[in-house]
Ligand binder design. Structure first.
Ligand code: PMP
Length: 287
């Protein structure tokens, strides 16, 4: 059965979905995106993603193409039409297709945004073997642009980072700027020291993770101490535990950094507990 996707007001089999070659998302990476995970056929933290989408659009002088309720309806419709139990909904909004290539933004009254959504089924997302094993990361220089708080589709450097990790026999890369970890290629980065969780503070230098916000809230509620500050690769290598968060990995232990084991070199109890709390609480609130 072919997947049903959403393009500019229509639900279509993926083979029939079309966008213009003049689309600014294609020509200039002039677009933003969101990824919302699906567990038990329900959306996790939909509102957080919808709010961040509106913020990303606003930062780029784009108007929201539709209301939050309309977006929710499309998300639910795609989950239902594609029978997604575990997986994700990908959403992309670009500045549309003005019909020519021009650096100047087109008049939004003449060029409507392009809105595309599709699902990816990922059975075992929540309870697959990955979280029990943890991941290994390498460090790379952060060579992205300066507005990483906007969730744009400029994903070439993160993609290159994943390839550098793969070549080095690792699973992912943590990016480093001025001696401190910014974030993972597609996730936020944390270390654990005793009862304290350390992660970089919010700024233009990192994406404001929706999973990050939830996990820090749950950590505080569970009487853990949260320190939002910079940390280095060396500090991470000597921490008790390390982990990443994102909408599709939830809380994922990091067991090795640049070849050095973190703590015991196996997933630790704090990461495991936070993952469990995050999955439990998010499922309860899923819509
Ligand atoms: N940082 C970056 C660079 C990311 O790409 C992502 C995931 N898209 C995250 C952090 C995590 O954000 P979220 O928890 O909202 O998925």
């Amino acid at each position: 059965m072919s997947r049903i996707v959403y393009v500019n007001g229509e639900y279509l089999p993926e083979e029939e979905a079309r966008i213009s070659i003049f689309d600014r998302g294609f020509l200039m990476a002039d677009g933003v995106y969101e990824v919302t995970s699906v567990l038990d056929g329900k959306l996790i933290d939909f509102e957080g993603h919808a709010i961040r989408l509106e913020r990303s659009l606003d930062e780029l002088d784009m108007a929201p193409p539709m209301s939050r309720d309309e977006l929710l309806t499309i998300h639910r419709e795609l989950v239902s039409r594609n029978g997604i139990e575990e997986g994700l909904v990908y959403l992309q909004v670009t500045r549309g297709a003005p019909g020519d290539r021009d650096f100047v933004f087109p008049d939004p009254d003449e060029t409507p945004a392009t809105v595309v959504l599709f699902t990816q089924s990922k059975p075992g997302l929540a309870h697959g073997p990955a979280a029990g094993k943890g991941i290994r990361v390498i460090s790379i220089e952060d060579q992205r642009w300066g507005r990483r708080d906007i969730k744009t589709v400029q994903l070439l450097y993160p993609s290159m980072g994943k390839m550098m990790a793969k070549k080095a026999g690792a699973d992912d890369a943590w990016m480093v700027e001025d001696g401190f970890v910014t974030e993972g290629t597609s996730n936020n980065a944390y270390i654990v020291k005793g009862n304290t969780i350390v992660t970089r503070a919010l700024s233009n230098e990192i994406l404001h993770g929706i999973t990050r916000a939830a996990v820090l809230r749950f950590a505080s509620e569970a009487q853990m101490v949260v320190e939002e500050r910079n940390f280095s690769i060396e500090e991470a290598q000597s921490a008790d535990e390390a982990f990443i968060t994102s909408a599709t990995t939830f809380v994922m232990p990091v067991v090795e950094i640049d070849g050095a084991p973190v703590g015991t070199g196996t997933p630790g109890p704090v990461s495991a507990r936070l993952r469990e709390i995050y999955l439990d609480e998010s499922l309860k609130a899923a819509i």
